[in-house]
Design a protein around this ligand. Structure first.
Ligand code: FAD
Length: 385
């Protein structure tokens, strides 16, 4: 996304290093509609964090973000609009961005298929370069941004909040299907321990296939005892209690809408982590006395999962949001480096606050939901003040 945004910035050449030759991840993802918002009202139109947006961001910042969206070239804007309409395969996003970069006339992007190391990245730096690390949650450079962190304790530049362990269950269903909070409640009534909480949206392909993604909360011990990914039968054989809640939910969907599951259930077990790089730029190397390090003379930025990660299907939108802001900063060639780094740190911190509050609220709501039929357990979770 950043390469596509920067490609059209005058005076820049983008060198893109990517270790994968092909995009093969099959997962379906959802993007937030705020990515293509055309007014402050539509940017804030979210049941959970509309108010937080107004509290965290200054009106001028929101206006600046909207103005940047309006300036995105129409080819890229068209893609963003199509992805935010419903569920979309992650590899469609990856491939169409890649194709778009290749298809644009005077290209401006040079690609190299290579596994970069931190040392490689430092070695190729030249005066005037900007280095952006978008290597995902196991960021290549996150720890290199802080003096002493590489040889220090693991994750020295990372703040991590583990919200829960979960199974993410996905399947295709051969009927249109939607599920609001009442539906989630009634379909889980007979499953007191494990609740299957779906996030449902119709795929945007033919309007008749629903792509269902559900989350089931599991314990740390259950998480440890499971492989990374498996199918429905493995779950039934090994964790019948968890499988029962999932199957009961699916049974009720079928009863209601007379449809069938298309293909297999796909299940992954993941920790739902909310994290951020305490420093998302190389600002700490600019402190007097740290000279001699390659990052003392080159602005470095973390983008995407490299900088911030969040559960509940929000991370790509967050990454795109920060990418748009960063592309806007990079385009201001006269901006002093220190200001550029400070502004990016502040912006990504604000986005972090937003996603932190949103994720904690979702988690809290999920916890309350799980105790709805037990008033005393519910009261214990309320902490009114
Ligand atoms: C089950 C599941 C479901 C999800 N669903 C959603 C969803 O619905 N909506 C949502 O917003 N998010 C979702 N996410 C999160 C989303 O997939 C990630 O936030 C997103 O892929 C992060 O994008 P990224 O570009 O920052 O990092 P990545 O997608 O991890 O890409 C990093 C890239 O860097 C390359 N790379 C890494 N190291 C090197 C190296 N040393 N040298 C060269 N190249 C390197 C990799 O090959 C890769 O292409 C989901 C995640 C999971 C696990």
């Amino acid at each position: 996304m950043l390469a596509a945004l920067l490609q059209s910035t005058e005076g820049l050449t983008v060198l893109l290093y990517e270790k994968r030759r092909e995009y093969t991840r099959t997962r379906m993802v959802q993007l937030a509609p705020y990515l293509v918002a055309d007014s402050v009202e539509s940017y804030r139109a979210d049941a959970i964090d509309g108010d937080s947006v107004a509290a965290i961001f200054d009106p001028a910042e929101l206006d600046e973000g909207l103005a940047f969206r309006q300036s995105i070239p129409s080819d890229l804007r068209g893609l963003l609009e199509s992805w935010t309409r419903g569920f979309c395969p992650l590899n469609t996003i990856e491939r169409s961005l890649s194709d778009l970069i290749d298809a644009r006339g005077a290209n401006g992007v040079e690609r190299t298929a290579a596994v970069m190391t931190a040392e490689d990245a430092m070695a190729i730096l030249e005066p005037g370069d900007i280095l952006i690390d978008s290597t995902g949650s196991r960021s290549l450079l996150r720890d290199h941004l802080v003096p002493g962190a590489v040889d220090g304790p693991e994750g020295a530049n990372t703040l991590n909040v583990r919200l829960e362990y979960a199974l993410v269950v996905t399947f295709l269903y051969g009927q249109p299907y939607d599920c609001n909070e009442y539906c989630k409640y009634y379909k889980n009534l007979e499953s007191p321990r494990y609740k299957f909480i779906p996030m449902v949206s119709r795929t945007h392909y033919d309007g008749s296939v629903s792509h269902v993604t559900g989350i089931v909360n599991i314990s740390a011990d259950e998480y440890e005892a499971m492989p990374t990914r498996f199918d429905g039968q493995w779950l039934r054989d090994n964790f019948p209690g968890v499988a029962e809640s999932m199957d009961r939910f699916i049974g009720k969907i079928k009863e209601e809408t007379q449809g069938e599951i298309l293909g297999e259930l796909e299940i992954v077990r993941i920790p739902l982590d909310l994290y951020r790089a305490r420093n998302a730029t190389s600002r700490r190397w600019l402190t007097p006395g740290k000279n001699g390090h390659p990052f003392a003379g080159t602005p470095v930025f973390l983008a995407g999962d490299s900088a911030i990660g969040s559960p509940y299907f929000q991370s790509i939108s967050l990454g795109f949001e920060c990418a748009m802001y960063l592309a806007g900063l990079v385009a201001q060639r006269e901006l002093p480096v220190v200001e550029m780094l400070d502004r990016y740190e502040l912006y990504s911190y604000k986005q972090w606050l937003r996603v932190y509050m949103r994720s904690k609220t979702i988690k809290h709501n999920k916890d309350l939901f799980e105790s709805l039929d037990d008033p005393l357990a519910l009261l214990e979770k309320l902490h009114i003040y």
